[in-house]
Design a protein around this ligand. Structure first.
Ligand code: AMP
Ligand code: GLY
Length: 423
């Protein structure tokens, strides 16, 4: 099978590593990839959201299967373009990707399909939004309706903070068109977990669950990031709870999407809050999470490629996919300054030494090879994900942190409490 994987993060390096192990693979390309994926296949210099260029490449290289990593190519219609060209793609159509692309779309689905979620209202005019906030009070959550690369949500502890968010997004247009309309919703409390499944039409096959650590600082302090680490499985959220949450929060959505004539086919990532009244949906994403994907895939014991092929062709009955019962921990090493302006250019060594430690795997994200001498350098915000597995979370944490300490890179920052809450 000739495979094109789209994306360039740690998630894509982990996907590439799993795909590269398959006996069914004949050629692997990654667009645009990173130095980690470049060691497993061939990187192609095409931006992840450049659908016309990707399609040209897919035709030219006679690709048999397209595997999208991030949401951008899906929201831009990569799966639709592949369908038109008759090439299997393991991701949803543009219409179904609205589950991630539009907050109000998802909220409407929740209401129609009876999926527990935070109470909400959508606003197109700042005056009405401000009046609503004054009436409801804090804490309250303000969300840009459109895609805002993780910057579109303000969990406001005071009404002033919520009003400032409305002013910012709606009146000042700080997020462009994404924030012209907003969803304002009830603030949920509890443990937040990420649930993953392969879905096609009305069928959902459980992949697993992980807990992300979104804030930059220990103890969940400081600004939000793309994710600074993940642990799998989360505490008190084992297979039985995961299956129950699929029934409650994912399968009714799949049925509603089929009813609308826009069936969902691809990886669903349900972000949920384990509240005192049971699990409630925060959001759907139409892809694997990063770094959750790395934490899940290092426990994979089956061949991922046939499962991705089955997912792309809507034949999930054949998507045999299995994982070890071990726990895993994934720790992101970011560049000093992230999530603001990350320090670039510092040299990174001793990844091989880290990977010689028991069960440790290191995935690349924002890395590059220096032109003059081919040295590995930092070239982004989140730079490496260091992962390990063990029979329990405590041991997996120790192993992963030993891996982090083995790596030599002066500008690195990381959280020291990944997985601590799961103990
Ligand atoms: P999102 O961009 O939708 O992933 O939201 C970012 C983060 O905001 C989530 O991961 C949650 O931590 C938080 N969040 C979103 N909606 C709510 C809510 N209704 N109540 C509490 N926290 C929320
Ligand atoms: N780690 C969260 C995400 O991938 O959106």
């Amino acid at each position: 099978m000739r495979v094109l994987l789209v994306g360039s993060g740690g998630r894509e390096h982990a996907l590439a590593a799993a795909i590269a192990r398959s006996p069914e693979l004949t050629a692997l390309w990654i667009a645009p990839g990173n130095p980690g994926t470049g060691a497993l296949g061939t990187n192609a210099a095409i931006a992840a959201d450049d659908v016309p260029a990707l399609l040209d490449f897919i035709r030219r290289e006679k690709i048999d299967l397209v595997v999208p990593g991030p949401e951008a190519p899906l929201v831009a219609g990569l799966a639709d373009a592949c369908a038109e060209a008759g090439i299997p793609c393991a991701g949803p159509s543009m219409a179904a990707a609205a589950l991630e692309g539009s907050k109000s779309f998802t909220k409407e689905i929740c209401d129609i399909a009876d999926i527990p979620t935070a109470k909400w209202e959508r606003f197109e005019y700042p005056a009405n939004a401000l009046e609503f906030i004054r009436r409801r009070g804090a804490p309250i959550v303000v969300k840009a309706d459109g895609l805002a690369a993780g910057k579109g949500v303000v969990v406001a502890m005071t009404a002033e903070e919520a009003e400032a968010a409305v002013q910012d997004m709606m009146a000042d247009g700080s997020l462009g068109d994404a924030g012209r309309s907003v969803v304002i919703e009830e603030c949920l409390t509890g443990e937040e977990v990420s649930l993953f499944a392969f879905c096609s039409d009305e069928t959902a096959v459980l992949i697993g669950a992980a807990q992300d650590h979104k804030r930059i600082g220990d103890g969940d302090t400081g600004p939000n990031t793309g994710g600074m680490g993940a642990v799998s499985p989360p505490a008190r959220f084992g297979r039985a709870e995961q299956e129950a949450a699929l029934d409650l929060l994912v399968r009714p959505m799949l049925r509603e999407m089929v009813r609308r004539g826009t069936p969902f086919r691809g990886v669903i990532f349900a972000g949920l809050m384990l509240t005192e009244a049971g699990p409630k949906l925060i959001e759907y994403n139409v892809r694997f999470g990063d770094p959750e994907c790395q934490a899940l895939l290092i426990r994979l014991t089956s061949d991922l490629l046939p499962a991705l092929k089955a997912l792309a062709s809507g034949d999930l009955g054949n998507a045999g996919i299995s994982f070890s019962d071990e726990a895993s921990v994934a720790i992101v090493m970011a560049a000093r300054g992230y999530p603001g302006k990350p320090a670039r250019g510092g040299t990174i060594t001793c990844i091989e030494e880290a990977e010689r430690l028991p069960s440790v795997r290191v995935f690349h994200a924002g890395t590059a090879l220096r032109e003059q001498d081919g040295a590995l350098i930092a070239a982004g915000g989140r730079v490496l994900t260091v992962c390990a597995t063990a029979t329990d979370v405590a041991e997996a944490r120790e192993r992963a942190y030993a891996g982090v300490r083995a790596i030599r890179w002066d500008d690195a920052i990381w959280r020291t409490d990944i997985g601590a809450r799961a103990l």
